[in-house]
Design a protein around this ligand. Structure first.
Ligand code: SF4
Length: 413
């Protein structure tokens, strides 16, 4: 396979030459079979013995360290073997279940003062396609999500130069009062930190006010890659890793659960990815507040990194698998189909992932950056993807309670 021959062994990332476009190498419906029939290089004796040592550690319930993680990222280490190790953990934690939820995204504005170099979504206030939703639009989107039977509304957006904290707080209150059953997963750590600055409040006070208004949990955005040198190139104005982790620590301290993410496949290397995972693992040891981890593959199209190639499906699968192995204290690893693509997300259910995320009505952020997936999927389509992967679909709510459903009516059980 060309992909394997041209992979960067040192960085561990598969970087094939002759890349054609932003699409993934594995398409929906054929991903698993293509990967399973591919001729894979045999591990050398030294790789095999290192893999054996890692397998023994896992079997003995020992934690993998940074050098194990960097080894597993090497492209000359059999991906199937790494996937098998990750799959064993995934099945130990979640059996044959693969989760999904009915959710919708609300992005109240794309105007953002930060203009991160990797972001294709944000705009300046005077750009022709800049937008700010008014209360009626926000209300209508939330009502539509509720009518469609969604259990969750995921709210994130830009940091508008003239919107005070009260505007963001008001969105949570408005939606929660009108649709109390919708779980509001709202505002990234970056937004929370900005609110604290704007309102001259502590992070804890900001979170307490949002909880009082109806906030249900925090999404994991804004983590990108924690390494400061990489972060300075990707998003120089954003809060640093310590501040991102401090927001989640404070949220967990107030009883909120949250999600963790990592944006990979840009200018980072395996060491940066592992460093990121280890910092998340350390906070999870401390608080236990993360619900799940979501590896997000970078879409360079329409960003200042447009000269970069997209990650391959092989790199995506390896990243899912290594994440599953390193984050031994996380219950769930998501294969976010919007970011990975349908085929890779489906295949990832055999490489450590146990959750496809949701129906995601009207995703905007990844699509501005060139995602070629649909902007939403029906619950039936998600269940089909899961069954085709040999897993049992389980609808969950944000907190991973199972959902019993009759059309758009639902209850947790
Ligand atoms: S990634 Fe977030 S903070 Fe950065 S420019 Fe885009 S919307 Fe703004």
């Amino acid at each position: 396979m060309i992909v394997i021959r041209s992979a960067g062994v040192k960085t561990g990332f598969c970087r094939p030459t002759g890349w054609q476009d932003g699409r993934k190498t594995v398409s929906w419906g054929v991903g698993i079979s293509l990967l399973l029939i591919s001729a894979w290089p045999m591990n050398t004796p030294s790789i095999s013995s290192r893999l054996d040592a890692i397998r023994h550690k896992i079997d003995a319930g020992e934690r993998l360290d940074a050098s194990d993680g960097e080894f597993l990222f090497r492209a000359d280490v059999d991906l199937h073997e790494v996937g098998r190790l990750a799959n064993a953990i995934r099945e130990r934690k979640n059996g044959n279940l693969a989760y999904y939820n009915l959710n919708a995204h609300l992005n109240p504005t794309n105007v953002c003062i930060y203009r991160c170099n990797f972001c294709a979504y944000s705009r300046d206030e005077d750009d022709p396609d800049a937008y700010v939703m008014d209360d009626q639009q926000i209300f209508a989107e939330a009502a539509e999500a509720d009518r469609a039977g969604c259990t969750e509304l995921h709210i994130v957006g830009g940091l508008h130069p003239r919107k005070p904290f009260d505007w963001y707080l008001g969105i949570v209150r408005l939606v929660h009062e009108a649709h109390p059953r919708l779980h509001l997963k709202a505002w990234t750590a970056v937004e929370i930190a900005r609110f604290a600055e704007l309102a001259e409040l502590s992070i804890r006070e900001v979170l307490a006010r949002l909880i009082d208004a109806g906030l249900g949990s925090l999404p994991g955005g804004g983590a990108e890659i924690f390494d400061p040198a990489i972060r300075a190139k990707l998003c120089p104005r954003k809060i640093d890793a310590d501040a991102w982790l401090a927001v989640h620590r404070a949220a967990h301290g107030l009883g909120l659960r949250s999600t963790a993410t990592m944006l990979f496949g840009h200018i980072e290397n395996a060491m940066h990815r592992i460093g990121h995972l280890l910092r998340l693992r350390a906070l999870q040891d401390e608080t236990g507040g993360f619900l799940s981890f979501v590896p997000l593959s970078f879409h360079p199209e329409a960003t200042q990194f447009g000269h970069l190639r997209r990650t391959s499906s092989l790199d995506d699968l390896r990243t899912v698998a290594v994440s599953r192995l390193m984050l031994d204290n996380f219950d769930h690893v998501k294969a976010y189909w919007i970011s990975l693509g349908l085929g890779t997300a489906q295949t990832a259910l055999a490489y450590g992932a146990d959750d496809l995320d949701g129906t995601v009505r009207e995703e905007r952020i990844h699509h501005e950056a060139g995602s070629t997936t649909p902007q939403c999927l029906s619950a039936e389509a998600l269940r089909h993807l899961i069954r085709e992967a040999g897993r049992m679909p389980a609808e969950r709510d944000t907190l991973y309670r199972l959902v019993r459903r009759d059309g758009t009516a639902w209850e947790t059980c």
